[in-house]
Design a protein around this ligand. Structure first.
Ligand SMILES: Nc1ncnc2c1ncn2[C@@H]1O[C@H](COP(=O)(O)OP(=O)(O)O)[C@@H](O)[C@H]1O
Ligand SMILES: [Mg+2]
Length: 221
C-alpha cells in the first residue's frame, strides 16, 4: 500500500487540488484508490461524490476528521494507494496525518512567493519534530517533498529562491523539480469530477505526469 499525504498548515495552497489529482492519477494506473479527507470542509470527499454521480466509481472517499489516521491506515491495507488530504491547521489530526506520512510520502504544496515559502517553516517544524521521534525507532529518514503550485512565470523570483535556500539550511526537505502552473483547467476539471489527466490540455497533462513520475522515483526505504 502506497501512502501519499498532502499537507501544509497554510490554506489555499492547492492541497485538495493535488490530492484529488493524485487520486485520479493512481486510479488511471489501475490501482485501487482510497482518498481520505481529514478536513471538515470535505473538498476532496465532495470531489469523489461528484465523480461517482458522473459514473466514475474508481475512487473511494472517506472523511476522517479525527487524530486516528496513523492507526486507521492499517485497516485500509487492501487499497493499493491511499491519498490523504489534510486540513490547514496544526491540529492533532494534522499531526496524526504527518505520522502516517512517515511510512509513505509527504507532499507539501507551496505558492511561489517569499512570504509563502517562509510560512512553510510552521509546517516543516512540526514535521521535523514528529519525524525525529519516529527516526529514533524506525530509522527511515524520509523527507517532505515540497512542490511549487500555481506558478505564473517559468522563472522563479530570486526572493523566492533565497527563501527556499534559507529554509533548507534549517530543515531537510526535497524541493521537487516539477512545478505546477496556474491553469484554469485545475479548477474546471474539479467542477466536472475529473482530474487534469482526464482533460484535453496537453501542457497540464505533461506537467502533472512529470510530477507523479518524480514522486514515484523517490524511494526512502
Ligand atoms: N495549479 C493551479 N492552477 C489554478 N488554480 C489552482 C491550482 N491549484 C489550486 N488552484 C485553485 O486554488 C484554490 C485553492 O486550492 P485548494 O486545493 O482548495 O487549496 P487547499 O486545499 O490547500 O486549501 C482553489 O480554488 C483551486 O481550484
Ligand atoms: Mg483543502
Amino acid at each position: 500500500m502506497e501512502v501519499l499525504v498532502i499537507a501544509n498548515i497554510k490554506g489555499g495552497v492547492g492541497k485538495s487540488t493535488l490530492a484529488v489529482n493524485l487520486a485520479v492519477a493512481k486510479a488511471l494506473e489501475g490501482k485501487k484508490v482510497l482518498l481520505i479527507d481529514t478536513d471538515l470542509q470535505a473538498n476532496a470527499l465532495g470531489f469523489v461524490e461528484l465523480r461517482r454521480q458522473n459514473g466514475k466509481k474508481d475512487i473511494t472517499g472517506v472523511l476522517i476528521p479525527k487524530p486516528v489516521i496513523h492507526k486507521q491506515i492499517e485497516d485500509f491495507s487492501d487499497f493499493d494507494a491511499v491519498i490523504i488530504d489534510v486540513g490547514a491547521k496544526d491540529t492533532q489530526t494534522f499531526r496524526s496525518s504527518i505520522v502516517a506520512s512517515y511510512f509513505g510520502k509527504l507532499i507539501v504544496p507551496v505558492l511561489p512567493s517569499p512570504y509563502d515559502v517562509w510560512t512553510l517553516e510552521d509546517t516543516l517544524k512540526v514535521v521535523k519534530e514528529i519525524y525525529e521521534q519516529l527516526d529514533m525507532v524506525h530509522n527511515l529518514n524520509p523527507k517532505p517533498l515540497v512542490v511549487l503550485n500555481q506558478v505564473i512565470r517559468s522563472t522563479i523570483s530570486d526572493d523566492t529562491l533565497q527563501a527556499f535556500s534559507d529554509l533548507q539550511k534549517e530543515f531537510q526537505f526535497i524541493s521537487l523539480n516539477s512545478k505546477l502552473f496556474q491553469r484554469v483547467v485545475y479548477r474546471k476539471s474539479l467542477s466536472e469530477g475529473k482530474g487534469v489527466l482526464e482533460m484535453h490540455d496537453p501542457k497540464a497533462i505533461e506537467e502533472f505526469t512529470n510530477f507523479v513520475n518524480e514522486i514515484n522515483s523517490i524511494d526512502f526505504s
